[in-house]
Design a protein around this ligand. Structure first.
Ligand code: ADP
Ligand code: MG
Length: 261
């Protein structure tokens, strides 16, 4: 019961974007994808989402080839928040979140849809501007609305809750203030505790260390390191990847990485 890629290679023209990557997203865990710009994080998330047929290797959901699962069935098993989500500036926040319910049309009672939308709006702190157009929101508010859409999509009706679900998030905190960054990841943590597996691309290493169960570090399309944050997020492992000098800093009972050069 996992969402996984197996020996996945993705080439575009002559460029190898991902080289022989194998990783699984396990039920109930938060797997972080780390790495510098261009490392292949969004491409790997897209492969896990089933966006494209890989050049080599495969992506699977509970052992079944992702490419063989039709788009609607896929949409009921995993929600994706993309790095550059469709703008849809004229839609209200509520309409965007309601779009998350579209894979459930005909399978979910209207009352369940309403509950799912209301829950997602409340969890992401966007209720106050639910009836405003996306185009009138700040970047961070818009990002929270997109997160709410993904949560609404993942909220399965009672008859379908037994299937394992996954949430794929591409830099979901990039426009958020500090308190909303933590609120979003705390909401992800609570969601994972209920069963869904989560894969999240993060740039903030300290957020990754605090919220991820495991991290995969990508570097130039290759898996550079994989393990718990404690194992992987060391100055020696991450320094060469980000091309900076890190030092470990003790802050309370947390170890954080600071850039020193
Ligand atoms: P990341 O999310 O880690 O910043 P991406 O997965 O978006 O990286 O991209 C990895 C690399 O693949 C980048 O160098 C990017 O320019 C390249 N790339 C992605 N998509 C395409 C494409 N459609 N055509 C050409 N190059 C691409
Ligand atoms: Mg990216």
């Amino acid at each position: 019961m996992t969402l996984a890629v197996h020996n996945l290679t993705q080439r575009i023209g002559r460029a190898t974007i991902l080289a022989d990557i194998s990783v699984e997203v396990r039920p109930g865990e938060i797997l972080g994808l780390l790495g510098p710009n261009g490392a292949g994080k969004s491409t790997l998330l897209g492969a896990l989402a089933g966006d494209f047929k890989p050049t080599a290797g495969r992506a699977s959901l509970d052992g079944q080839d992702l490419a063989r699962i039709d788009a609607l069935a896929r949409a009921r098993r995993r929600a994706v928040m993309r790095q550059h989500g469709a703008s849809a500036f004229d839609f209200t926040v509520r309409e965007i979140v309601e779009l998350g319910r579209s894979p459930w049309v005909g399978r979910s009672a209207i009352a369940d849809d309403r509950r799912a939308v209301a829950r997602a709006l409340a969890l992401t702190d966007v209720e106050r501007f639910a009836d405003r157009a996306m185009g009138t929101l700040s970047g961070g508010e818009r990002q929270r609305a997109q997160f709410a859409r993904a949560l609404a999509q993942l909220d399965a009706p009672p008859s379908e809750v037994s299937a394992q679900r996954y949430l794929l998030l591409d830099e979901p905190t990039s426009s958020l203030d500090l308190s909303h960054q933590h609120a979003l990841l705390a909401a992800v943590r609570r969601l994972a505790a209920e069963g869904p597996g989560v894969c999240v691309v993060l740039h903030d290493l300290n957020l990754a260390a605090r919220y991820c169960d495991r991290v995969l570090v990508l570097h130039q399309g290759r898996a550079h390191a994989m393990g718990t944050p404690l194992e992987v997020m060391t100055p020696a492992t991450l320094g060469p990847v980000y091309d900076v000098r890190f030092t470990s800093v003790q802050a309370g009972n947390a170890t954080m990485l600071a850039v020193v050069g």
